[in-house]
Design a protein around this ligand. Structure first.
Ligand code: AGP
Length: 620
């Protein structure tokens, strides 16, 4: 997604903004730009197509001197990646610089009006209308701040916008409309910084002790940042007494820790991610799940009639596993659905419906908008999220924080495993309250979850198998991932991991569906990976494996360690430890992450920032 950085203070703006943009690279983008108000009060622009480093060809002498500036990384929506379409954008008189994340839904109508009144455009983007709207307000006599606010009242859709005016007025205006990407504001020692998320404003925070307050803009909120301080206003122009949030070290810890890629580091962090998710949520003595700040009373939990789990991408796969857990452990009808579908089908929701939104970033536009709809329909709303202070955590009645630490790799790994851990805890908790689980069953679940960090750690201890498998399979252009029951979403997840970082076409399928069509795909060029742990559906999956082998298909199987029968019938075995059935989705994910990672490496792909993708999809 697009990234925004703004700075105003007494230091050179260029290096602070540049570092902020570099820290936002993980979000995915295809062009970048910086605008600086130079010492003569004029606006200077520099843009590049491709990576941020394209903005600096000769090091420090390349900097544009000045102490106020805006930077942007663009993920193209309207208009292809080009210098003209790269942000910041300006107005006819080059007085205003604007950066934008999101979509101006009424930009055609606005552009027509602006063209009719003589404005001239230099890009194909929807974003450029913003700078001309501000200009038009100023031409009508409004000051910059009032013209900015006026623009915010005209623009429709979800957007995050920051703008500045040339000259020594020394002001940055930022605005958040709807649920597009966030805006974070920090101010210290006559310096202000604005960013799309915490990592972007690290350069300034790093200069100061952490623990200081920052402002996360909510939908419909505006910040006016000067060297003297920050004013918060609503879209009607009223002053807001903004509640600030204190930044804590794990919010800003960004480092590869000696690993080659963030994704590998985050895969290796999974044992502690699971342990972190369990911390203070399990009473090991009593053998119970405890969720002290769960916002729904026991009475209301008992009265629940159904559960709907929503999410996108990997989070949707977690939701699909969660659906099995809720039905099995809490005895409640449950369904899982993509948030992008859920939000548009006008689902039946009432106060006896619990919606669980899984969202690592807490900023995915489809998920956040779906949550807003649940609120409007009076449903109960919980989120499983990794970013405290994100939109999702502010919309939900309660949050089960993943506590996984920031996840930089575009391909979600540790946060998926953590989401599954939390879904186990939540389903068990609901079962405890509703009486569908007795003490012994709760204890079994708790004891099983407690083994997870160790079992995952054992699988991560030696990954040479995956390096060998990658050498054998990295030339395949088609993969089929098969799973049944609670492991079917893991097949989808394995396919998503492979396709998003290696660009191999991979499909996740319910194994039982093979004979209804997909088996026609089997040939020497199609690799099939089957999830075949020793569980209740083992024999069914073995039948599917035999159907593929009977047609000379190549089969890899994720299977229980020591299952020689399975090993003897497939081409490659990816072992997981023997474990209770509810843990298998968690454990079976690890081999699929490692397989995808090593194949992508073999194919020379950009593992942490795969093409066309963004870490957080804040456009709809
Ligand atoms: C998965 O590896 C991708 N990064 C993507 O599918 C992601 O899961 C999806 O965009 C949802 O993101 P969220 O969990 O932050 O809402």
């Amino acid at each position: 997604m697009c990234g925004i950085v703004g700075y105003i203070g007494h230091q050179d703006a260029w290096p602070i903004i540049l570092e902020g943009l570099q820290r936002l690279e993980y979000r995915g983008y295809d062009s970048a730009g910086i605008a600086i108000i130079d010492h003569a009060g004029e606006l200077q622009f520099r843009k590049t197509v491709g990576k941020v480093n394209g903005l600096i060809s000769n090091g420090q002498e390349d900097w544009i001197q000045g102490s106020i500036g805006l930077g942007h990384t663009r993920w193209a929506t309207h208009g292809r990646p080009s210098h003209a379409n790269a942000h910041p954008h300006t107005d006819c008189s080059r007085r205003i610089a604007v950066v934008h994340n999101g979509i101006v839904e009424n930009f055609l109508e606005l552009k027509r009006g602006l063209l009719a009144s003589g404005h001239r455009f230099s890009s194909e983007t929807d974003s450029e209308v913003i700078s001309h709207l501000i200009e038009e307000g100023m031409d009508r006599g409004l000051d910059f701040e009032a013209a900015f606010l006026n623009m915010g009242q005209a623009v429709q859709g979800s957007s995050a916008i920051t703008a500045m005016l040339r000259g020594e007025e020394g002001m940055l205006c930022a605005l958040r409309l709807g649920y597009a990407g966030g805006i974070v504001v920090a101010h210290r020692e006559n310096q202000g910084i604005i960013g799309s998320d915490l990592p972007a404003i690290l350069p300034l925070l790093r200069l100061q002790p952490l623990g200081e307050p920052v402002g996360f803009l909510d939908a419909g909120e505006m910040a006016v940042v000067t060297r003297e301080g920050v004013k918060y206003r609503d879209l009607a122009g009223n002053h807001i007494d903004k509640q600030l949030r204190v930044v804590v070290p794990e919010d800003v810890l960004i480092d590869k820790g000696g690993y080659r890629h963030f994704m590998l580091k985050e895969i290796m962090e999974q044992p502690q991610s699971v342990a972190g998710a369990l911390r203070e949520r399990v009473d090991f003595e009593a053998g119970l799940v405890v969720l002290p700040d769960f916002p729904i009373s026991d009475q209301d939990v008992t009265n629940l009639q159904r559960v709907m789990l929503i999410g996108c991408g990997t989070s949707l796969h977690a939701a699909q596993v969660g659906r099995h857990l809720v039905e099995r452990l809490a005895g409640l009808p449950a369904e899982a659905e993509s948030a992008s579908e859920f939000r548009y089908r006008d689902p039946y929701i009432d106060e006896r419906t619990l919606v669980i939104a899984v969202a690592q970033s807490g900023e995915t536009a489809d998920t956040v908008s779906a949550m807003q709809m649940v609120r409007e329909k009076g449903g109960r709303l919980i989120t499983i999220c990794n970013v405290d202070g994100s939109q999702a955590t502010r919309l939900a009645e309660g949050t089960l924080l993943m506590r996984s630490g920031i996840e930089i790799g575009v391909a979600s790994t540790k946060t998926f495993i953590t989401a599954l851990t939390l879904l186990n805890l939540l389903a068990t908790y609901l079962g405890q309250v509703r009486g569908t689980l007795d003490r012994q069953q709760s204890r079994q679940i708790v004891d099983s979850l407690a083994q997870c960090p160790r079992l995952i750690g054992e699988m991560l201890a030696d990954t040479t198998l995956y390096q060998r498998l990658a050498r054998r399979f990295h030339t395949y252009n088609n993969f089929l991932f098969l799973g049944r029951g609670i492991n079917a979403p893991i097949a989808m997840e394995g396919a998503l991991k492979l396709k998003e970082i290696s660009y191999i076409h991979a499909e996740g399928y319910h194994a039982g569906e093979m004979k209804h069509g997909p088996i026609a795909l089997i040939d020497q060029g199609m690799a099939t990976l089957a999830l075949a742990p020793r569980d209740a559906l083992y024999d069914k999956v073995v039948n599917n494996i035999k159907e593929v082998k009977a047609r000379d298909g190549v089969v890899l199987a994720v299977g229980t360690q020591g299952d020689e029968e399975l090993a003897g019938m497939v081409d490659e075995m990816l072992p997981i430890p023997a474990a209770p059935e509810i843990l298998i989705p968690l454990l079976a994910t690890v081999p699929l992450q490692l397989l995808a990672y090593h194949i992508a490496l073999q194919r020379g792909c950009d593992v942490d920032q795969p093409r066309n993708l963004a870490k957080t999809v804040t456009v709809e």
